[in-house]
Design a protein around this ligand. Sequence first.
Ligand code: FCB
Length: 473
Amino acid sequence: MTTTAPSATDRHDALIDRLPPDFRFGAATSAFQIEGATAEDGRTASIWDTFCRVPGAVDNGDTGDIACDHYHRMPEDVALLAALGLDTYRFSVSWPRVQPGGRGPANPAGLDFYDRLVDELLARGVTPWLTLYHWDLPQELQDAGGWPARDTAHRFADYAELVHERLGDRVEHWTTLNEPFCSAVLGHVEGVHAPGGRSLADGVRAVHHLHLGHGLAVRRLRSAARRPLDIAVAHLLGTSRPASGSPADREAARRADAFGFRFYLDPILRGRYPRDLIDDLAARGVRIPVRDGDLEIIAEPVDTLGVNYYRSMRVCGTDERGATVDAHGAPVTRGLPHGGLPVTGLGWEVMPHDLTELLLRIARDYPGVPVIVTENGAAYEDRPDAEGFVDDTERTAYLAAHLAAVAEARVRGADVRGYFAWSLLDNFEWAYGYAQRFGLVRVDYATQTRTPKRSALWLRDTAHRVRGASGHG
Ligand code: FCB
């Protein structure tokens, strides 16, 4: 008998089969990316409605006006989820739908939609995993200063309470914010997301006020709750390796780690901002606007940490010409691809091994908090057949490799309890518009027909196998 080396699929399956039967399998979406109906039932504009109208801001001039028309097709979408055997659905609530303008009383018609969604999920045995803020700030709050203004944090806590008042009897899992890094840095420093600002100082203020809003909301939810809630925050995380052993590259990787990773986890899980980050910012004339008592609020314990993972970068401390400071005198911190790796349709390098490393680092540096991978997935150029079916072998392999990476982290000691694929549906991929498709389920935007792709069927079968492996589920 000859033996051959196990294939990648066999290796992945062997790891995945070590997941426990109660491991959560879910899919994620967000309100602005799927709902459409942006002017119905009292909803007012969000910063993304505004940003979509800025010429050149979004590829192809795409908007969220119709998106996947989920607002009108919600029962069909929930049925799809249930048919895929996913036990958890991570969705977000649209702030301008439930509290138009971002202050004052709730809009009952807006809340009705989420009320129906939650009931529909529960009726089909799917656990609702609610995110309060996935980037769609009411435009009126932006006009009043947005996240760089401290008041927005208080407005967010009020909004959290309004949503809880209506849904808290049935929703146990609450995530305050999705990826404050993107809201703050892509939106206020790099200008590529709404509201399109380009100021480091604004971005830093935004991060602090997002953290503060999170902490205030956690307190508000806990004091309003009549039963224990599972409260989380979801962060976009990756690893930052130095591009070489040179001091400039090592220092750049440290800076990137401080600004892109520890800026988010340290205040929440350790109750302080990293000293080196404070010094890096001071050298650039920027201060985090911390007031007495803020850090105690921000570090209010969470029950779960949500980790969104897509890719990692190498970090280089010199520009193309070898200079270590840029034209403004700021130190160069440049992300580079690793090279030689497969890439997704967005050119993002496929690095499942880094997900294992990342989860082990969290277990080591921030012990005691259970983790859920609240987003992971890939855009590829899908080619539907005549029936609309997409045989997305690349996406399937991507999901399998990353789920195996999660399983490996668990075997090595990380407390990871679930994995949610991004995304249930092809949808509005922010500045990339509709051309980039991340869905497990294909959406034909002309007809709004939904067709599960091969990756969806793979996830269904995998979840089934894991649950069944020990006779559960
Ligand atoms: C994450 C976002 C999500 C989606 C994926 C691809 O950063 O949270 O809305 O855009 O990236």
